[in-house]
Design a protein around this ligand. Structure first.
Ligand code: NAD
Ligand code: DAU
Length: 351
């Protein structure tokens, strides 16, 4: 094997697309997916590549220092792509501590292990940390986040991600660890856990449940197809400059309510329902606490690299995404079992 790459959080939404991309594109790499398999991690996401010769799964909790050290002792990693995290803003508002443990302590454990393992030779090594645009805070109606926008995290989730980003950069500055950080906007696509807007609403439309729009639905997000993010991660893992940050986005801003009407229109067409039928489910509910108004990304730095631009047109990407959920109702049933019902009740029915 030419390289051994650790991908953390590879059983989650984005991680599973990154693992598949690397396993298929780089047969000469050994890809080690380390994941705790929380409610958001699902090995079914990787069923198509689980028997590939260059793929290994390790059930591991990155909060446990000994577990992380043992992983680095077992494998000689040449690179790390770190995606494991608690990722849902609403859950971070309800219970912040888990976000500090996994997102901050877990990241520091990985940094320490990488530093120890690579101390004699950091050449050709890479610690790539995947972060979010939410660390930059909230925009007004104008402007874009650039790599120089000061950090201003406003939810426990974004504060924990900001904390982890600072540690990653500090390890570069202090110990010379070869790091790259990227901050991406909202991803959409297959395999996303149905606590997030799009899969939640797709499932609710299918099952005739209300569509809980926070506040007036006027918040704005920039949406990027998950495979476009995976391709950007591939590019930066191989060519990102050590110590640098890259913003990744789709130049694709949508006001939530406009996006929800588009989703309803597409769902009506696909389900053969009368036009306007799904939109009747829209229900305005109490706003998310501290709800960031607008995120928008200036992605010109990464777009200056030859070879990356978002390939998916939004309407087509959304249509393909809906088709995936409609064709994979068994996947949805499986992830909806367990604690999901309890979460749904607390988040939406007891508010
Ligand atoms: P996700 O919640 O779908 O998946 C997270 C994965 O991490 C799961 O497989 C889970 O089991 C694993 N995990 C959680 N705690 C762990 C622990 N203690 N040890 C080991 N594994 C653990 O998340 P996602 O949406 O795929 O996001 C992946 C990464 O990308 C996160 O770092 C997130 O902050 C970042 N990000 C997400 C988006 C987005 O729109 N989803 C956008 C930008 C950045
Ligand atoms: O910007 C990148 C971030 O995008 C990632 O770092 C996060 O991990 C990811 O979860 C996502 O965060 P958001 O909070 O933007 O995503 P979410 O899908 O939770 O919500 C999208 C928008 O829709 C947001 O403005 C809140 C709103 N919303 C969400 C839910 C779940 C609703 O109106 N109703 C809902 O039920």
């Amino acid at each position: 094997m030419k390289k051994t790459v650790l991908i953390t959080g590879g059983a989650g939404f984005i991680g599973s697309h990154v693992v598949r991309h690397f396993v298929n594109k780089y047969p000469s790499y050994r890809v080690v997916n380390a994941d705790k398999l929380t409610y958001a991690g699902n090995l079914q996401n990787l069923a198509d590549i689980e028997n590939a010769g260059n793929y290994v799964f390790e059930k591991a909790d990155i909060v446990d220092e000994k577990v992380v050290d043992a992983l680095f002792e077992k494998y000689s990693f040449d690179g790390v792509i770190h995606l494991a995290a608690e990722s849902h803003v609403d859950r971070s508002i309800a219970s912040p501590n888990e976000f500090v443990f996994t997102n901050v302590i877990g990241t520091v454990n990985l940094l320490n292990a990488a530093r120890k393992a690579w101390k004699d030779n950091m050449d050709d090594k890479m610690f790539y940390h995947i972060s979010t645009d939410e660390v930059y805070g909230s925009l007004g109606s104008k402007g874009l986040f650039t790599e120089d926008t000061p950090y201003d995290p406003r939810s426990p989730y974004s504060a924990s991600k900001a904390g982890s980003d600072h540690f990653v950069r500090a390890y570069h500055n202090t110990y010379g660890l070869p790091v790259v950080v990227s901050n991406c906007s909202n991803n959409y696509g297959p395999n996303q856990f149905p606590e997030k807007l799009l899969p939640l609403f797709i499932n609710n439309i299918l099952t005739g449940k209300e569509l809980p729009v926070y506040g007036k639905g006027e918040n704005i997000r920039d949406w990027l197809y998950v495979e476009d993010h995976a391709k950007a991660i591939d590019l930066l893992f191989h060519s990102g400059r050590h110590g640098e940050t890259y913003n990744i986005g789709g130049h694709n801003e949508w006001k939530n309510i406009d996006l929800i009407y588009l989703l309803c229109e597409l769902m009506d067409e696909k389900l053969g329902r009368e036009k306007g039928e799904s939109a009747k489910l829209i229900t305005y509910v109490k706003d998310r606490a501290g709800h960031d108004k607008r995120y928008a990304i200036d992605a010109s730095k990464i777009q200056d690299y030859p070879g990356w631009t978002p390939e998916h047109n939004f309407r087509e990407g959304l249509s393909k995404t809906i088709d995936w959920y409609l064709e994979n109702t068994e996947w949805m049933q499986n992830v909806l079992s367990g604690d999901y019902e309890k979460y749904y009740e607390q988040q939406y029915l007891e508010r």
